[in-house]
Design a protein around this ligand. Structure first.
Ligand SMILES: Nc1ncnc2c1ncn2[C@@H]1O[C@H](COP(=O)(O)OP(=O)(O)OP(=O)(O)O)[C@@H](O)[C@H]1O
Ligand SMILES: [Mg+2]
Length: 244
């Protein structure tokens, strides 16, 4: 057995929800005594992701999938439990996250590449590859605030895969791309998998789950309902959704 790529061990994440009444001037004046309650978006979740596997996260809207991905990407920290991962991790979360709106696509490539641990020289060497794959063309020298959602996602995905991460974490964002880009990115996922890389993805498409994933974890209201082989777990989830 090789070492797992990611170990999620009894992870819980809470958000602080402030009560509506708290918006009054009086409560602003009384800061420090604010009315809030804790909302646990992820509750005591544990699973391991084997190295070289493609792992799916499924569940209804609001079940905690994106929150869990953000803890994997270390954008959020768990309130309880731990997450450990081995190797370089690149994440594609919300559309445009990680981009600086005023900088051009080219400048954002350098910015993101360096965040992902590449030197300026390494990034320069891969620049053409990234721009080609993104197909943003002449827009590469425009500020990214002028990009369409699809263009953001294309560029973000191109950067993420070109840094050759050991672990790629992807939220549903790829669904924003058109069908040609979907095919291109599906092919990239296959290449990553063939190269022994680990992919963790969130999708509402059970067809994608069955085509791409080895294992899935099903979350509901922040809790892990099931983790196991993609086909039976996604079938059980679909059955559950029909019954709702
Ligand atoms: N920053 C935040 N502050 C307060 N609550 C939050 C925050 N982020 C997420 N939540 C809440 O946590 C819960 C889980 O949200 P999350 O985005 O992880 O769900 P999801 O499974 O990704 O849903 P979807 O399928 O709609 O993308 C939701 O109830 C959401 O409202
Ligand atoms: Mg989400």
């Amino acid at each position: 057995m090789t070492e797992p790529a990611v170990v999620v061990d009894h992870v819980s994440k809470k958000f602080r929800l402030f009560k509506e009444s708290n918006r009054s001037l009086k409560s602003v004046a009384m800061r420090g005594r604010s009315v809030h309650e804790d909302f646990w978006a992820v509750r005591d979740v544990s699973f391991t992701v084997p190295q070289g596997s493609t792992f799916g996260l499924i569940g209804r809207n609001g079940s905690g999938k994106s929150t869990l991905l953000k803890t994997l990407a270390k954008i959020l920290y768990p309130d309880r439990g731990t997450i450990s991962s081995t190797g370089r991790l690149a994440a594609m979360l919300e559309v445009g996250s990680g981009f600086h709106p005023e900088l051009s696509g080219r400048e954002n490539i350098y910015l993101n590449g360096s965040i992902l641990g590449l030197s300026r020289k390494q990034i320069s060497a891969r620049l053409d590859e990234i721009i080609d794959f993104s197909e943003v063309g002449d827009f590469i020298d425009q500020p990214v605030k002028n990009y369409s959602s699809g263009m953001y996602v294309r560029l973000g995905f191109s950067i993420a895969i070109t840094v050759r991460p050991d672990i790629l974490v992807v939220d549903e964002v790829l669904a924003v791309g058109d069908s040609a880009f979907q095919r291109k990115s599906a092919k990239k996922f296959e290449e990553l998998r063939d190269g022994g890389r680990t992919v963790i993805l969130v999708t509402h498409s059970m067809a994608n789950i069955r085509n791409m994933c080895d294992h899935v974890a099903w979350l509901d209201r922040g809790k892990l309902v099931r983790v196991g082989e993609a086909k039976p777990v996604s079938a059980e989830y679909e059955e559950f959704m029909r019954s709702q």
